[in-house]
Design a protein around this ligand. Structure first.
Ligand code: ATP
Length: 340
């Protein structure tokens, strides 16, 4: 388990304080794919680099499996670092070395025998599906292939934690998808805990089970991806999520609404998981004396659950509208009024 306990980090640049992290507390459990999202400068990389003590906190404690990483002896720290792999946006491969040699570097440093290195590297190349590129140089590889080499190198010491610093930000969407599938396989088959920092919400949506949203050094929102995506609280979270799960009335529909002189209320409902199965809309239309008009609907699958967003215009008198919203609340469906 990785535990950030009340972490703050201040950099001094030309006598000016930069508060890169402010009182950050997070728990990352074994087996998690934990995503940290935020815009540039939010403090994500600084936080990630705390895990292998490439960065030390000004205040607070970073615990890995119960021990304070900044209180370890040199040898103890070296051992912990072997248990932590890291991949980067720009891959960080040695251009003058072949794919094989790049992956073998950590094993050579570990003084592993040649035969064992050969065995381990071949297995890793197979795992990342690059066996045919064993003797190629990085310049002969695509971005996705380079990242696969980076991943194989990070896995070479058999770590239990993998840190990913914007690992897909330099890749096109299709290649991103294949790398994310590989990360999922690493988590599932090798039982490796993954910590990802990214500014791409689709990365979080696609593979993470937990998320923390960072803004100006603070964690402003965190929790399971399902709970945060289905009920985002903070403005920044809503902005990120709306790019992959739109929740706005389309402009053309909005124009028509402006001409509508009937008495109505507009509500936005979010259905989560099981309650999407209940045919609430059917019930509303049959049992209340109001007309409903669907202005927008989207349904997304997340962590094998369904998140539905419906924006409904309810046309009728206030008593009937109140009955409907009470009925919706009683069915534990989140809703809020949308004001034009
Ligand atoms: N070594 C350093 N010296 C001085 N300031 C730093 C250093 N490292 C980071 N910072 C500053 O700390 C803040 C957080 O930076 P950090 O790289 O952690 O953000 P980030 O969210 O990862 O952004 P990006 O995605 O652009 O890397 C920024 O204002 C950055 O300029």
């Amino acid at each position: 388990m990785i535990k950030f306990i009340d972490i703050s980090k201040t950099f001094m640049v030309k006598k000016q304080e930069i508060n890169a992290l402010r009182h950050v507390s997070l728990d990352i459990h074994d087996g998690d794919i934990f995503g940290v999202i935020g815009f540039s400068g939010a403090g994500k990389s600084t936080l990630l680099r705390m895990v292998n003590a490439l960065e030390t906190p000004t205040e607070g404690i970073v615990e890995i499996n119960g021990s304070d990483i900044n209180k370890l002896s040199f040898n103890e720290l070296r051992k912990v670092r072997k248990d932590i792999g890291m991949i980067f946006q720009q891959f960080n491969l040695l251009e003058s070395k072949t794919v094989y040699d790049n992956i073998a570097i950590p094993l050579v440093l570990k003084r592993m025998s040649k035969a064992d290195i050969e065995k381990r590297v071949s297995r890793l190349l197979e795992f990342v599906e690059l066996s045919d590129k064993k003797n190629a140089y990085p310049a002969q590889l695509s971005g996705g292939q380079k990242q696969r080499v980076g991943i194989a190198r990070a896995l070479s010491t058999d770590p239990s934690i993998l840190l990913c610093d914007e690992a897909t930000s330099a890749l096109d969407p299709e290649t991103t998808d294949s790398i994310l599938r590989l990360l999922e396989k690493i988590n599932r088959e090798l039982n490796i805990t993954i910590l990802i920092v990214t500014h791409e919400i689709n990365v979080i949506q696609r593979i993470c089970n937990q998320v923390a949203v960072m803004e100006q050094g603070n964690v402003v929102e965190s929790g399971s991806v399902l709970s945060v995506f289905s009920k985002p609280e903070q403005g920044i979270t809503k902005r990120f999520i709306s790019t992959v799960m739109p929740d706005k009335i389309p402009d053309s529909v909005m124009e028509k609404l402006k001409q509508d002189i009937r008495h109505y209320k507009i509500i936005k409902m979010r259905f989560l998981g099981d309650n999407v199965d209940e045919n609430v809309l059917y019930f509303i239309n049959r049992h209340f004396a109001a007309e409903t008009n669907m202005l927008f609907a989207s349904v997304n699958e997340l962590q094998k659950a369904v998140v539905g967003i419906f924006i409904l215009q309810i046309i009728g008198d206030d008593t009937e509208i109140d009955k409907i919203t009470t009925y919706i609340s009683e069915h534990n469906i989140q809703w809020q009024e949308v004001k034009l």
